[in-house]
Design a protein around this ligand. Structure first.
Ligand code: 4NP
Length: 155
């Protein structure tokens, strides 16, 4: 897997955080995987990540301040080997817009880590800071599992 796109609703909370967490784990493992993030809505297109997401990411040594939200496009299905959605609504939106000839994986991000026991990364936008913390915990489990899977593939 050479390229991954992370998708949520607004592209200002969960998916920029996912990109940063996966970039960290991929870099730490010495793997070369290109990543990006996008949203299924354009409400926040051009905006930096939510200040709460930036703050929590910074506590983990992750800098997402330079990210800018964008809408997911049909071309993304050809550009990325895998597209990981944060929740079922995002996944449904992706399945609706997926071009017929697209061959890449389109899945829930937490399907990477079934042992973690959650299906979806819940939208933290209307909640407190603890919701953002939980988002990072979940994504770290998913990223750890992906890195382990990729290492095994290379053996
Ligand atoms: P995200 O969170 O999908 O994780 O970026 C949200 C951001 C904005 C909104 C909802 C969720 N919104 O309704 O504006």
């Amino acid at each position: 897997m050479k390229s991954i796109l992370f998708v949520c609703l607004g592209n200002i909370c969960r998916s920029p955080t996912a990109k940063a967490v996966f970039d960290w784990k991929i870099r730490e493992a010495g793997l070369g995987v290109n990543t990006d993030s996008a949203g299924t809505t354009a409400y926040h297109a051009g905006s930096p990540p939510d200040p709460r997401a930036q703050r929590i990411a910074r506590q983990w040594g992750l800098d997402i301040a330079g990210d800018r939200a964008r809408l997911v496009t049909p071309e993304d299905f050809a550009r990325f080997d895998a597209i990981f959605a944060m929740d079922r609504a995002n996944l449904g939106e992706l399945e609706r817009m997926r071009p017929a000839q697209a061959v890449g994986r389109v899945e829930l991000v937490m399907s990477l880590a079934p042992d973690y026991g959650v299906e979806e990364v819940p939208d933290p936008y209307y909640g407190g800071v603890d919701g953002f913390q939980r988002v990072i915990d979940m994504l770290e489990a998913a990223a750890d599992q992906l890195v382990e899977d990729l290492r095994r593939e290379r053996r």
